[in-house]
Design a protein around this ligand. Structure first.
Ligand SMILES: *[C@@H]1O[C@H](CO)[C@@H](O)[C@H](O)[C@H]1NC(C)=O
Ligand SMILES: *[C@@H]1O[C@H](CO)[C@@H](O)[C@H](O)[C@H]1NC(C)=O
Ligand SMILES: *[C@@H]1O[C@H](CO)[C@@H](O)[C@H](O)[C@H]1NC(C)=O
Ligand SMILES: *[C@@H]1O[C@H](CO)[C@@H](O)[C@H](O)[C@H]1NC(C)=O
Ligand SMILES: *[C@@H]1O[C@H](CO)[C@@H](O)[C@H](O)[C@H]1NC(C)=O
Ligand SMILES: *[C@@H]1O[C@H](CO)[C@@H](O)[C@H](O)[C@H]1NC(C)=O
Ligand SMILES: *[C@@H]1O[C@H](CO)[C@@H](O)[C@H](O)[C@H]1NC(C)=O
Ligand SMILES: *[C@@H]1O[C@H](CO)[C@@H](O)[C@H](O)[C@H]1NC(C)=O
Ligand SMILES: *[C@@H]1O[C@H](CO)[C@@H](O)[C@H](O)[C@H]1NC(C)=O
Ligand SMILES: *[C@@H]1O[C@H](CO)[C@@H](O)[C@H](O)[C@H]1NC(C)=O
Ligand SMILES: *[C@@H]1O[C@H](CO)[C@@H](O)[C@H](O)[C@H]1NC(C)=O
Ligand SMILES: *[C@@H]1O[C@H](CO)[C@@H](O)[C@H](O)[C@H]1NC(C)=O
Length: 465
């Protein structure tokens, strides 16, 4: 009876859907007449899964003893750590192998391909090395493949994406994979997540990526990818995250990206992209992160930026943007980081910036911005106190700010940690009120017209480094 109960346990965990319920009953009834030893002497097909698991184990070392249950002959393999089963034709078959963050070291056994009922293979954050066996392409029922955070090398086997009609999650990030992103992605109709970030993949982004209707996340950042961003990306109606930073992508930002109305994160930073930001981008009202820093992008920041009311991070630094900072930036109520440094922006800093009460970091360094007189300064700082109560970092250095630094500097938020105003044309002496900013750790004022005398008040800034 013990063994039958063991078998029953497997069924219960599998939670069969209603359609398989009668099969389930049938097996229970028929098994009542079988000998107790049936569980221990499996059919050949049944034993395939056990042998495949054992073969997997022989290639990995297990310094933390995570697989100790795998060596226990009195424990059915469906109860080994990380193994899940479900019954098929009356036999328990492995449907999931989940062994994440267990410090497993070694190679991936091609015998995993014999776990033909496998749906989830999740071995992320271990020390697996060698290449990904192309035999894994045999796993046609696979829904989730996560081998991220390992030391896997070599190419991504094209076989993985030929048998992928069930695949939802394809995560190989944080490895040493090289070669190109496999073509023929169009077979993977249910694919929701492609995560290949932080590898050394090269070549172009395949344009058939646009034929995956369910795709929600494309994460291919920190690789060696080149060529232009295929406009076909604009067909991915479900896309919420597009992460491509740190590659060698060139050409323009495709206007078609403006069709991705669900997009919340657009990160194309640190590439070789050029030209203006297409007008369509400013219609992406779901955006929370717009990260385009360090390309060679030109043109002005339009007033339409005010459409992006959900924006949390606006990182446009280190480009060649020109024109003024549009006052509509004040509509981005949720924004916490505004990085516009290293551009060619002109004009005054719009007062509306200071109505951004969630602002944490404002970097305007190295532009041609000006504050023409002390009254203008006063207004900025005064409003900063009343409304930007979370500001920690303010960098206005290397601009054309002039006149004296007003006493209202004391009215900056007490949260302020960095105040950088060096390389401007600020005259007069440093107001003693600066001593009120008790949390300041960094203050830079060099290369101005300021009096050399350092006010004693600076001595009260205990955190200054
Ligand atoms: C093997 O598994 C059985 C049943 O769970 C358990 O009682 C026994 O202690 C295990 N043996 C070892 C060596 O872990
Ligand atoms: C990886 O696993 C280690 C424990 O082995 C854990 O401390 C760490 O947070 C994990 N990292 C990730 C990214 O999951
Ligand atoms: C799969 O199982 C069959 C039959 O047990 C065996 O001959 C074959 O070598 C296995 N394949 C792999 C890749 O281990
Ligand atoms: C796809 O899977 C089926 C069934 O598992 C297998 O027969 C076929 O060889 C696989 N194709 C590839 C390209 O691996
Ligand atoms: C890819 O990686 C493998 C193993 O890490 C290496 O042998 C091979 O030379 C690499 N290929 C390229 C094109 O870098
Ligand atoms: C993969 O794509 C190439 C060229 O795009 C095509 O010739 C080939 O038939 C495709 N293979 C499969 C399995 O779809
Ligand atoms: C956006 O989608 C519409 C409708 O599908 C299409 O007509 C238009 O050409 C697309 N825009 C771009 C820039 O691809
Ligand atoms: C942005 O959206 C508005 C309203 O839906 C539409 O009229 C306008 O043409 C769009 N602009 C672009 C550049 O797609
Ligand atoms: C600061 O907030 C107050 C209250 O919401 C508002 O009336 C004022 O206009 C804001 N200041 C600026 C410069 O936007
Ligand atoms: C600081 O702000 C307060 C009101 O918030 C104002 O009364 C005071 O004059 C300001 N201080 C300076 C030095 O501008
Ligand atoms: C000053 O900094 C400390 C440590 O970063 C922080 O806990 C504290 O809240 C800050 N004070 C203010 C007024 O922001
Ligand atoms: C600045 O500190 C002085 C005392 O050190 C205090 O009298 C003054 O009210 C403070 N000013 C502000 C704006 O906090």
């Amino acid at each position: 009876m013990e063994r039958k109960r063991g078998r029953f346990f497997v069924f219960v965990r599998a939670r069969p859907p209603p359609t398989s319920f009668f099969l389930f009953l049938l097996v229970i009834l028929s098994s009542a007449g079988l000998s107790a030893s049936q569980f221990g002497t499996p059919t050949a097909e049944f034993d395939t899964d056990r042998l495949a698991l054992l073969s997997f184990k022989t290639l990995v070392s297990d310094p933390s003893g995570a697989l100790v249950s795998w060596g226990n002959s009195s424990l059915h393999f469906c109860r080994w750590r990380g193994v899940n089963c479900r019954n098929h034709d009356g036999e328990p078959r492995v449907t999931a192998l989940v062994l994440e963050s267990l410090r497993l070291k070694g190679k991936l056994s091609p015998s995993l391909a014999n776990l033909t009922f496998l749906r989830r293979l999740r071995l992320g954050n271990n020390s697996l090395e060698g290449s990904i066996p192309q035999e894994l392409g045999f796993l046609s029922r696979l829904r989730s493949l996560d081998l991220s955070y390992n030391h896997l090398g070599g190419m991504i086997p094209t076989s993985l994406l030929q048998n992928c009609s069930e695949l939802r999650i394809f995560s190989l990030s944080h490895n040493n994979l090289n070669g190109t992103i496999p073509r023929n992605l169009s077979n993977c109709l249910y694919l929701r997540v492609i995560d290949l970030g932080r590898n050394t993949l090269e070549g172009n982004i395949p344009s058939d990526i646009g034929s995956l209707p369910k795709l929600e996340t494309v994460s291919i950042w920190d690789n060696l990818l080149e060529g232009s961003i295929p406009p076909e990306i604009g067909k991915l109606a479900s896309l919420t995250g597009l992460h491509m930073r740190f590659n060698h992508l060139d050409g323009p930002i495709p206007a078609a990206i403006g069709n991705l109305s669900s997009l919340t994160q657009l990160d194309l930073s640190n590439n070789l992209l050029a030209g203006a930001i297409p007008a369509e981008i400013w219609n992406l009202t779901s955006l929370r992160g717009l990260l385009l820093w360090n390309n060679r992008l030109t043109g002005a920041i339009p007033s339409d930026i005010g459409n992006l009311v959900g924006l949390d991070r606006l990182l446009l630094s280190s480009n060649e943007f020109t024109g003024t900072i549009p006052p509509e930036i004040g509509k981005l109520e949720k924004v916490s980081a505004v990085f516009l440094h290293n551009n060619n922006l002109v004009g005054t800093i719009p007062n509306t910036l200071w109505s951004l009460r969630n602002l944490d970091a404002l970097l305007l360094r190295h532009n041609h911005l000006e504050a023409k007189n002390a009254a203008e300064w006063t207004q900025h700082f005064l409003d900063a106190l009343t409304n930007c109560t979370r500001l920690r970092i303010l960098d206005l250095s290397i601009n054309h700010l002039s006149d004296v630094l007003p006493k209202s500097v004391a009215n900056l938020s007490k949260t302020l940690q960095w105040l950088k105003i060096h390389d401007n044309q600020i005259a007069g002496s440093i107001p003693t009120e600066i001593g009120n900013l008790s949390n300041l750790t960094v203050i830079t004022m060099s290369s101005n017209l300021v009096d050399a005398t350092i006010p004693a008040a600076l001595g009260s800034l205990r955190r200054l480094i």
